[in-house]
Design a protein around this ligand. Structure first.
Ligand SMILES: [Zn+2]
Length: 485
């Protein structure tokens, strides 16, 4: 068989003021052919997995474009169309293909399209025809639409948040699609709309047990795959929200029943699933009273959700409180990083830090900063075994707090965002990270406790009051107490 693979990903925050353009994809990663297979990002690793599985099974493997951008506002239409059309051109020119495997995000919105994934797959279907098999792997923070499910043969979402299982889900998708191409199964999909907007870390209850339930339900005869689309609250589309997808072998009634049963289980846990994070002041008090290293997560300024990453509120609160023996990162501030790099290690300078992107970034802080380390191309361990670039990065010390400034906008995944610059975390009391949930895997081994904090920033967790316009059906929890009644 002949297998085509490609990837196109960004999690569009439609409330973010800045568009996502060519530069964002160039910075995030745009690779083709052999370059894809040499990359270390999660999409490259998924391509490598599919290549290895094809080699094992004796299939021809072709990699098209793999592109990823750190989330911001809607994708510039011409940029989206150029990437989409490049993928389609490769599919057309190097075909015919029996199987198409796409590593997409599921929450990509361009200036002219609310459902880029369905648009891409629909056009791919027109090229490969109805006999070919199209499989799509998605991030759970997607707007899982009926349009996409209808045009693909199989859609599989990562189950874990942090998304450490992207390779396992990639293999699951490969297995389903190749079995379909061999005529061994007939993937049949049903969606259930939970009528919820939420945030569902799988590292704690009740979500951890619900995920275990999804896995158990997949063991039923005839069930091929179960996915829970968390949804992406900060992407305003007609289909924003949480859904369950069940895939069975040719049994629509079973797929619908399983999707409904699982969806109801999630729905019934909705009040317990609502995030209830402490305020900054309460979190600082708790951290200072807790023995050992406490990780504070600046949940509302997570670049991974489209926030700028330069909000200064948490740093200001720590300085006001006189916290020392602490580290905070990573503030996206290429201007300040450049000034520090110019001043050199050991220099102390008056520096205006953060607060530059807009009202959601709060005010810039004017501080006396001592430059402790400079790295031109800093990076950190990312999800799974991937790596995440941070660009020119600087360790500055501000009133006893070690602060990391970065030039490539990203959330913090791992301790080496700090230790890679020489910061010793072992004696620290508090490490504050700009991330909502993905930091958990990397920091679990070093943290006595992690606290997700209700910080100020661009991605607020008050889901009842998000200013939706395109999502016109507002009958969802928590805006409505019992929307399925
Ligand atoms: Zn995600």
């Amino acid at each position: 068989m002949r297998v085509f693979t490609s990837g196109l990903q960004s999690e569009t925050n439609t409330f973010a003021p800045w568009p996502t353009g060519e530069r964002a994809f160039a910075e995030g990663g745009m690779r083709r052919g052999g370059d894809v297979l040499a990359g270390h990002a999660s999409d490259h690793q998924t391509a490598q997995l599919w290549r290895d599985l094809c080699a094992r099974d004796g299939h021809d493997f072709v990699a098209g474009l793999f592109a990823w951008a750190q989330p911001s506002g809607p994708i510039v239409q011409s940029v989206y169309e150029a990437m989409r059309d490049e993928i389609l051109a490769t599919l057309r020119e190097q075909g015919p293909f029996d199987v198409v495997l796409l590593f997409l995000h599921g929450a990509m919105v361009s200036m002219g399209c609310d459902d880029c994934e369905a648009d891409l797959v629909k056009r791919a279907r027109e090229i490969v025809g109805s006999a070919a098999t199209i499989g799509v792997e998605l991030d759970p923070h997607c707007h899982l639409t009926q349009a996409l499910v209808d045009v693909a043969d199989a859609v599989v979402l990562m189950k874990q948040y942090p998304h450490d299982d992207y390779l396992e889900r990639g293999e699951e998708l490969y297995d389903i699609c190749l079995a379909k191409a061999r005529g061994e199964v007939r993937p049949t999909s049903a969606l259930f709309d939970c009528r919820m907007v939420g945030f569902y870390p799988t590292t704690r209850e009740p979500m951890a047990s619900l995920v275990a339930g999804f896995r158990a339900a997949e063991q039923q005869p005839g069930v091929l795959s179960i996915s829970f689309a968390h949804g992406f609250p900060w992407g305003d589309t007609p289909n924003t929200g949480s859904r369950v997808l069940a895939i069975t072998d040719g049994d629509m009634a079973l797929a619908a029943a399983v999707a409904q049963k699982i969806g109801r289980e999630v729905y019934d846990a909705r009040e317990a699933l609502l995030p209830r994070f402490p305020s900054v002041e309460a979190a600082l008090t708790e951290a200072l009273e807790t023995p050992g290293l406490v990780v504070l997560a600046d949940t509302a300024d997570n670049a991974g959700g489209g926030a700028p990453g330069d909000n200064t509120s948490l740093l200001k609160a720590m300085l006001d409180r006189g916290v020392t023996s602490a580290a905070l990162g990573a503030i996206w501030d290429p201007i300040a990083a450049l000034a520090c790099a110019e001043a050199g290690v050991g220099a102390t300078l008056q520096l205006r830090v953060g607060g530059k992107s807009g009202p959601a970034s709060a005010q810039p802080l004017d501080v006396a900063a001592t430059v402790r380390a400079i790295r031109e191309r800093h990076s950190q361990a990312g999800l799974g075994t991937s790596r995440s670039a941070m660009g020119l990065s600087v360790w500055i010390e501000v009133a006893g707090i070690d602060v990391v400034l970065i030039s490539i906008r990203t959330q913090v995944f791992s301790p080496d965002a700090f230790t890679g610059l020489g910061i010793d975390l072992s004696g620290k009391k508090i490490v504050a990270v700009k991330s909502s949930q993905h930091f958990q895997t990397g920091f679990a081994p070093v943290a006595a406790k992690t606290i997700q904090v209700a910080t100020q920033g661009a991605i607020q967790m008050d889901f009842a009051t998000l200013p939706y316009a395109k999502k016109t059906d507002l009958n969802y929890y928590p805006r409505v107490a019992d929307p399925l009644a």
